[in-house]
Structure formats: C-alpha cells, structure tokens
Ligand binder design. Structure first.
Ligand SMILES: [Zn+2]
Length: 239
C-alpha cells in the first residue's frame, strides 16, 4: 500500500464529458455550497520547451484560475486538458471537508476538477488498467511524453476517445478492471475501470484516515449528481 491517498468521483459509464457551461455552473455551485473557497490554480498540458527544468515547467503549465470560471474561459482550445485545483484550507472556517472522515490535526487536501477530451487513466497499484485495444486492433492507449509536453494530469496515462485508424469511438465499459480498496484489499471488478473524461478528485497526500469505508461526503456526491443529472461512482487510490 502506498503512503498517500486520493479519491476520484467519476460518472457511471465513464464517457461523460460535461459542456463548458455545465462545468462553469458546477464550479459556481461548489463555491456557493462552500466546498471550494479562495483562489485556485489551472493546470493545462503545454508543450515542453523547458527540458528538465521543473520550475519552468510548473510555471508554464500552471496559472491562477480566474475569479469566476466562465464557459468562454473553459472553451479555450489551450484548455482542452485542464486540471482545476483548490487547496482545502484547514484554517478557513467556511470550507467543508470533502471526505467522510477527516484526520485529526492540520490537513489541506486538494480539491480538483479534471476535464479532458481523451480518457485519463490513473496509474496506481490499486487501480488495474483496462484493455485499450480498438475492435480494429489499434491500441488507443498512450502516455503523455514528458519530453514533449508538460501534462496537466500527473501519474496518469491516456486513452484516445476516438480511433484514428477506423474512427470508432472508444467505449471503456467494453472492458473491465479490478479496483482494490487500499485499506482492506477488497477487489471489485469494475466495467470501464477508472477511465474518465471528467472527474472530481480529492488528493489527501499523506494525511487521511485509513478506513476501508472512507468515501466522498454524501452531500458532495448528491450535489454533483444533481447538477449533471446522472450517477457517479468512487475510486480510492493509494500511491
Ligand atoms: Zn479502430
């Protein structure tokens, strides 16, 4: 088991990719309901012209989020792969803790919204990969080549949403992967695995309660399901 923990909220069926208007509305509602507060950061995939200069790579891929995240801002083609990140500040009395159990002492997990055209797939020992071969035989799996780009999504691989060879749309639910609860080892075969084009992620880092029942706060899941009118499922990841 890893020593850090993150949790993903993904739409059932995996393929869901909300419109810019819908994402902007969600951000507004999360703020209104106090799940996020303060300024966030926008991380996008950018061309790597910086070699191994980590500081320059970070500076180029990260920018402050606008005070109000609008549909126009989200629709910018430069933001096709976007990770919006807010720090859940432990000292901010107005912020709510996004998981069911909050560890004692100071915690400051990140609250993130991920959006991409192609599928994102977390690389993690508790999350098995899904088959990525198209019906025509083409492998749709890819890795963001860190020599070429600074990827928005860390520790993830990608799966093309459409096959270049035959134009078929990739359906992750045709395959299955075993998702393992990092705290009690329960294995759950899951159609589509952890593939997503849109996800809410909470990254706890090293500070979390190692409870097999650890989940997203039910009110947070209800908010997201209500906003998009569909069901979501949860994936926990130790890394
Ligand atoms: Zn194909």
């Amino acid at each position: 088991m890893g020593v850090e923990y993150a949790r993903y909220l993904v739409a059932k069926g995996n393929a869901f990719s909300p419109s810019a208007v819908a994402v902007a509305k969600l951000v507004e509602r999360l703020r209104k309901d106090k799940w996020i507060a303060g300024g966030g950061q926008a991380v996008t995939t950018v061309e790597n012209t910086f070699g191994n200069d980590l500081r320059a790579k970070l500076a180029a891929s990260t920018a402050p989020l606008p005070a109000s995240v609008s549909a126009e801002w989200l629709e910018d083609p430069d933001r096709e792969e976007l990770r919006m990140v807010w720090r859940v500040e432990p000292s901010a009395p107005l912020s709510r803790y996004p998981l069911t159990r909050r560890p004692d002492g100071a915690v400051s997990p990140t609250f993130e919204l991920h959006r991409a055209h192609d599928y994102v797939y977390p690389i993690c020992e508790t999350i098995e990969a899904i088959p990525t071969t198209c019906v025509c035989g083409e492998d749709l799996g890819f890795h963001w080549d860190e020599e070429e780009v600074v990827p928005a999504f860390g520790a993830s691989s990608g799966i093309f949403a459409e096959c270049e060879a035959c134009s078929r749309t990739f359906d992750p639910t045709k395959g299955s992967a075993v998702l393992t609860n990092p705290f009690d080892g329960t294995k759950t075969p899951t159609r589509g695995g952890a593939a997503y084009r849109f996800a809410l992620k909470v990254d706890c880092g090293k500070r979390f309660v190692a409870d097999p029942g650890l989940a997203f706060a039910p009110e947070l899941v209800s908010l997201v399901e209500d906003e998009f009118g569909r069901e979501f499922f949860e994936v926990g990841a130790a890394y």
